[in-house]
Design a protein around this ligand. Structure first.
Ligand code: UD1
Length: 430
């Protein structure tokens, strides 16, 4: 079984280059099947989630050619099916973007119903409501969602909750609907804007992405394009917390500082220094950090995908901190693992009450999901002694070369597979 093995204690110092945004990439890859002309996507992160979505696209006849590690050429002229089966949706929920993309282009699509996920119930009612408002007949039967229409027609849609997934999915379908669509209470995340910019570069007419009202004038067809994905806000944020928790000094390159404002603000509040440049950020921590209160919110609020990383950092900060999760109801599953390392955290409903402790001790722990897995890596980086982290497949869904990037900053860690690898690591680090 693949694991990370980490010897904690080194401050992380140096430079790290942030890759393309995974969550933008998933919307953009799906959107690329909406034209029969070739599309080139640059700055594509080489992570498991994008690889799975590419396989799902290939399963219906899309040709995806890798030009280099981070660039693909996509040709969806020969699409010969409209059904994305179970296997892909089980691996990544975002396969459901194929529903909006195929429905928009072909007026029909069928995708397996996303199953329960380990951070909460994650319903898809707003996606379905949006497709129905555009005139699609949507049926859920035998574990599949089928959507079809004679003609998609623009509509006025009010999202009952702020949802990234439904905003992007409905935007995809509405791009090729006839007439005008207005999405109100839309999600404003940077990746929503990036998907809209990508669609516009293919000839779509989308205005207002990044505000809570998105206006889409349907166009007849989309054309080919070359497009570079924005930097990953959450990968960048994770390295910002890596500097904070290890009392390090990291220059985080290839970021959009504006996308990181809520994260920077919290780090400054608890005692880090942040220097902002055009496309990089330097995070320095020289002393024990202090406590705070934080609540996750839709963008521009503090991201739910950064909740485990800040909670882990606060577990070693001075005093009592309160972390409230308002987006997903089951996102504290990593707390048990942190407790095994010595953290003092009590979870009550959607709130974690954290009493800062002086240190963590290394332990054998498991990643319960992607971002929590990254947070546990941060915990291990600062713990006394050696930790092993299982289930790293979750972490690899969204972080490219995570051990390599951390090691280049001074982390003592390796990806290992066998007991022998573990023994070798232990002998090496002493
Ligand atoms: C996306 C991100 C994920 C991030 C989340 C919130 C991708 C691939 N994933 O997930 O990393 O944590 O945004 O920023 O981009 N909801 C409904 N009905 C729906 C859809 C959502 O009630 O039809 C609820 C969800 O249960 C949740 C909230 O809306 O409470 C936000 O979910 P949403 O923004 O849709 O998350 P995802 O798109 O799944």
């Amino acid at each position: 079984m693949e694991q990370y093995i980490i010897k904690g204690g080194n401050p992380l110092v140096g430079e790290v280059e942030i890759g393309g945004a995974k969550n933008a990439a998933l919307g953009i890859l799906a959107a690329s099947v909406m034209t029969s002309e070739p599309v080139i996507i640059e700055n594509l992160p080489d992570v498991r989630d994008t690889a799975v979505l590419i396989q799902a696209m290939e399963s219906v006849g899309t040709i995806v050619e890798r030009i280099d590690r981070h660039t693909v050429r996509i040709n969806a002229a020969g699409i010969n099916g409209y059904t994305i089966d179970d296997g892909y949706i089980k691996k990544i929920r975002a396969s459901y973007y194929m529903l909006g993309a195929l429905l928009g282009r072909f007026n029909k699509a069928e995708v397996a119903l996303p199953g329960g996920c380990n951070i909460g119930s994650r319903p898809i009612d707003q996606h379905l409501k949006g497709f129905r408002a555009l005139g699609a007949k949507v049926e859920v039967s035998r574990g599949m969602i089928g959507a079809s229409a004679d003609n998609l027609t623009g509509s006025h849609i009010y999202m009952d909750v702020v949802t990234v997934g439904a905003t992007i999915n409905v935007m995809l379908a509405a791009t090729l609907a006839s007439g005008k669509t207005i999405i109100e209470n839309a999600a404003k995340e940077p990746h929503v804007v990036d998907v809209a910019n990508f669609l516009n570069s293919m000839g779509a007419n989308i205005k207002g992405a990044g505000t809570d009202v998105i206006r889409i004038k349907g166009v007849e067809k989309l054309h080919g394009t070359t497009y570079s994905i924005i930097p990953d806000q959450i990968e960048a944020g994770t390295f910002m917390f890596a500097a904070a928790i290890t009392k390090g000094d990291i220059m985080i390159k290839n970021v959009i500082p504006k996308h990181l404002e809520s994260i920077s603000a919290k780090l400054i509040e608890i005692g880090c220094q942040i220097e902002e440049f055009d496309d990089c950020l330097r995070v320095v921590a020289t002393k024990r950090l202090s406590n705070t209160q934080v609540k996750t919110l839709p963008y521009p609020g503090f991201p739910t995908d950064m909740q485990p990383q800040i909670a882990t950092t606060l577990a070693l900060s001075e005093g009592t901190s309160i972390v409230t999760e308002s987006i997903f109801e089951n996102r504290f599953k990593y707390v048990g693992e942190l407790q095994r390392m010595g953290a003092n955290i009590k979870v009550e409903g959607n709130t974690a009450i954290i009493e800062g402790v002086d240190s963590f001790s290394g332990a054998g722990i498991s990643a319960p999901d992607l971002r929590a897995g990254a947070a546990l890596v941060l915990a291990a980086l600062v713990a006394d002694g050696i930790s092993t982290i299982d289930d790293i497949k979750y972490i690899e869904r969204g972080y490219e070369d995570f051990p390599e990037k951390l090691s280049a900053l001074g982390a003592v860690m390796e990806k290992v597979e066998t007991d022998r690898d573990i023994q070798k690591f232990k002998l090496k680090v002493g």
